[in-house]
Design a protein around this ligand. Structure first.
Ligand code: CMC
Length: 428
């Protein structure tokens, strides 16, 4: 017999069917709730609410499992490349050699951005945070590719929009950094792979020779894989929500970048390093910061700790911690901040406050240490996250369009004043 939940409201019973996912995840289907009962549900922060059905990413927070299209993140991080993972997320299967070669070539031939982008870039003050610049530049792509505004175009045209997004984001990201540094931009070199090309555009100067360090390129590729998708997180839900109004891919991704920027989401990687530096500069007493994090009257939180879904461990953090160790030793760097991070992790993992709340290091706790080691400045950390998350945003946007999902429009429970009588300004 089909499983169901029965609710009893005002003496009448209503059957609500149970939906079961492919990993046996269960949800109560409340689609007919309002029509049948007049009720809506209230779930602040969507802590218990599934907004979509999706074939892309499986995440089990209790057991620390993350899989893209069925493949464990551990295998992908070790054996795959970021472009292979991007293909997997966007098209559903791992590419064969011909498919990957075409995908790679298509991306390589669209890395250049219109010269007018430079004029837009010049308009930003050098103090601009690169995330704000990146979000604006991605949105500006609609001006250069007006046909992309219509998400109902042919499959081939939509694919062209997708390829352009993947191809141009590294260029726009590197240029947002060049603006920050008030340095001339460096054009893409399509003989290099995805990460090498980005690193060169970011760190080199147009007239000076530059060789990309393969250790750095490999570390970046792994970080991008680890960030590539994470099902219905804040920025991805934003991309889907904006896209659900039939806004273009570029507009939706631009909104996703804005959502990612906040310190509770992607911005945590910058906040973690700032916190670790702060601990170091203030004498290295970890206890003070642990106490502050536990104090309900203090807004301070241990950045890089805790996750809405992972309550035992974040599998990405396990991989990143090892990668941070490897990269630092391969580059011969001894970063005192890594030592503080490890000490902090140890203290927190033995403290009942963190244990009882299921607060463990998340993906961002160690990613900043790798970015620091490879020379990425702090305010570019979240830009790196955006580069990684792009194929996830694209695949979720594409799935939403292909599933013909309706416009996202939550309900609310109104708690403001009831009907009031308007009074003239002289009588107030
Ligand atoms: N430090 C101290 N206390 C914390 C922390 C923290 N980092 N995170 C959660 N708590 C406490 C919180 O005060 C609450 O305690 P109580 O039950 O006594 O009120 C309890 O743990 C549950 O927290 P919550 O805020 O209800 O949990 P949430 O699921 O709404 O928030 C989170 C998840 C990631 C926003 C939160 O853990 C946090 O702010 N962490 C620090 C920021 C961070 O590292 N964000 C990156 C997340 S991973 C990258 C990404 O995908 O975005």
């Amino acid at each position: 017999m089909a499983e169901k939940v029965i609710i009893n409201y005002k003496g009448k019973e209503y059957d609500l069917p149970i939906i079961t996912g492919s990993e046996d995840e269960k949800a109560i289907d409340i689609s007919s709730l309002r029509k049948d009962t007049g009720l809506v549900t209230l779930d602040r922060g969507f802590k218990n609410t599934g907004s979509v059905t999706s074939n892309i990413t499986f995440l089990n927070g209790e057991e620390g499992i993350l899989r893209y299209r069925g493949y464990p993140i551990e295998d992908l991080a070790e054996k795959s490349t970021f472009l292979e993972v991007s293909y997997l997320l966007i098209y559903g299967n791992l590419p064969n050699e011909i498919e990957l070669s075409k995908f790679t070539n298509d991306i390589s031939s669209h890395t250049l951005v219109h010269e007018d982008v430079k004029s837009i870039l010049d308009g930003f003050p050098s103090k601009s945070h690169p995330m704000g610049v990146l979000s604006s530049l991605v949105s500006s792509l609609t001006a250069f590719y007006p046909k992309s505004l219509d998400p109902n175009r042919s499959k081939e045209e939509i694919n062209g929009t997708i390829i352009r997004a993947l191809a141009k984001l590294p260029t726009l990201a590197a240029w947002s950094y060049k603006n920050r540094m008030r340095q001339p931009v460096v054009y893409p070199d399509n003989s290099l792979n995805y990460c090498e090309n980005f690193i060169r555009m970011m760190f080199s100067l147009p007239t000076v020779g530059y060789e990309v360090n393969p250790v750095v390129a490999k570390a970046l590729d792994k970080l991008l894989i680890l960030h590539a998708d994470h099902e219905q997180n804040c920025s991805t839900s934003t991309v889907r929500m904006v896209g659900s109004s039939h806004a273009s891919l570029y507009t939706s991704v631009s909104s996703g970048i804005a959502a990612l920027w906040g310190p509770l989401h992607g911005g945590a990687n910058q906040a973690v390093i700032e916190m670790l530096e702060n601990i170091r500069e203030s004498g290295g007493d970890i206890g003070i910061f642990i106490d502050k994090a536990k104090d309900k009257n203090d807004p301070f939180r241990l950045m890089g700790f805790g996750h809405r879904v992972y309550k035992s461990f974040d599998p990405r953090a396990t991989i990143i911690k090892k990668a941070a160790d490897d990269v630092l030793s391969q580059l011969g760097i001894n970063d005192p901040v890594l030592e503080i991070a490890m000490k902090l992790e140890k203290v927190a993992l033995n403290d009942d406050y963190f244990i009882s709340r299921g607060l463990y290091p998340n993906v961002d706790f160690y990613s900043g240490i790798i970015y620091r080691a490879i020379g990425v400045p702090k305010d570019m950390f979240t830009v790196m996250f955006a580069l990684g998350r792009l194929p996830g945003w694209i695949s979720q946007w594409k799935e939403m369009r292909e599933n013909h999902d309706p416009i996202g429009r939550p309900r609310q429970i109104y708690t403001g004043p009831t009907l009031r009588t308007y009074t003239d300004i002289n009588n107030r």
